[in-house]
Design a protein around this ligand. Sequence first.
Ligand SMILES: [Cu+2]
Length: 278
Amino acid sequence: MKTAMNMHVLVLGLFVILGFIESEGALVRYTFVVQENNYTRLCSSKNILTVNGQYPGPTISARRGDTVIVDVINQATQNITIHWHGVKLPRYPWSDGPEFITQCPIQPGTRFSQKIILSDEEGTLWWHAHSDWSRATVHGLLVVSPKIGTTFPFPKPHAEVPVILGDWWKNDIQTVMEEFLRRGGDPAISDALTINGQPGDRYNCSRPGTTIVNVDQGKTYLLRMEYGSCIVILNAMLAGGWRWYSSLGMGRVRMQESCLHHEICPSVRTFIHSFIYL
Ligand SMILES: [Cu+2]
């Protein structure tokens, strides 16, 4: 009888230890300074809201089960919050981002630490501002890698490539939004779509910044895709059209796609193709 009880205690103890190990993750810390910076696209310049001066914003890297603290310092002249798109935040919505809904906005000249509690998310998520249209330029990747000791659910790719989709207005983004609200109807359509912050080589003044990825035939590449557009729905297709530049011919592309559109995430699908068309 006593032995059986001891066994129960032992088994219970093991479950507690395993549960502790499962939930334990590292604490990862980032600092986001929200500020205005001058950027030139499509041959004209304007001030945009950025995080740490970067457009698109910096990538947050963590592992499954980690907790990420992002110290947001608002040096801009408007309210800001950051939303962690695709993160479940179980029982902790208090720094999830939507201003006046789950948290107060971070006012100009103030700072706030937003806590991201990762649970079973894994893959390519993203973050974006959740106040007015500031998300147009304040967004970036949130990459959640497998835990140490575990692997991707597919062979390890040769390299990872960010593909961040967005759009660019020559006009000031707040002006575009205010005009849209004043007139009603549809907002003014953006002047260009962007990949990794650049409109691509079909537009003037953007040729040097166009994203070109050199690949080797036979190697596998993981595309970390983010849909950061404000108003348009983009279809990402794997077909002919967007050519991979390679000295050896076309490489194989493995794409892990998740969160391409709002609130449909996280989902992971894997494709293998010779071309990609965006
Ligand atoms: Cu979102």
